[in-house]
Design a protein around this ligand. Sequence first.
Ligand code: ATP
Length: 309
Amino acid sequence: MTAVSVRVPAKVNLQLGVGPIRDDGYHDLVSVFHAVSLFDEVTAAPAGRLEVTVESAPYSRVAVDGVPTGADNLAARAALLVAARLGVEPAVALRIRKAIPVAGGMAGGSADAAAALVACARLWDDRDDPALTRDDLLDLASDLGSDVPFALLGGTAIGVGRGERLTPALARGVFHWVFATADGGLSTPAVYAECDRIRAADSRPGTRPQVSEDLMAALATGDAKNLGAALVNDLQPAALKLRPSLRRTLAAGRDLGAIGALVSGSGPTCAFLASNDEHAAELAADLDGAGVAETIVRASGPVPGATVV
Ligand code: ATP
């Protein structure tokens, strides 16, 4: 058995429609996920026992201090699930190299969980007729969290339910993005709670979300300008309330010519759409100069989900 490395992308939600809070505490979501070329890498190697190390990927400046290295790391939870399903000891060293911002609204932890599922399944179940099928991995992924199945799948996909029931979306072409990361993360549960508070104060509980037809049409035709105009995130008002400085970041991106701008997921990363690669390079340089973010990174999408490298 030799080590297995898996590369896994970040996501941005092109649409995040949040319905009223349900009795079980979750919200009904409509989420259009889009995988972008900002990757974590998880390597699984045989070891005496389960161990996790987390480091920032070469050339990336991701702060990894807040990431747990015990059994509460999502990648470790994924390894434990795979071991339990296969009836083997979870004797694996997981090395996580992060380029996806931590608690940044780009589903970095979920990505690592998806990567660990694939890496451990390959490490312990590398046969022509594996005991764990792709569908089994997708089931384990949805047990781990609503964003984990998409990190396995990648591409562009519509998620409903808690976001975990996925259908690939018809999408043409490549979209060019610039991401502005913030110093310090935002807690996803805190952002949902703020969203509920804002809606309660407005006496508007939120309506059942629908997939945006304008967004689907823009994706199907590969029209970046229309896509930029159709981007929507129902969590954005809550993220802006909790982190008012993001208003300035979004405004700077728009003023500098982004054709779309929104908070990524629960934030605080802001996503800016450019019309092409060259425009993305200019926008990234200008945003860097504006000093409105911790770091500026470029990425394109869609890209495939967790892949053995
Ligand atoms: P989402 O977009 O799915 O809401 P996020 O991108 O905002 O998530 P994550 O980077 O996934 O946030 O991290 C959320 C929290 O999960 C972190 O603060 C950290 O404590 C915990 N965590 C557990 N495992 C990991 C991991 N492998 N990488 C990053 N964070 C992890």
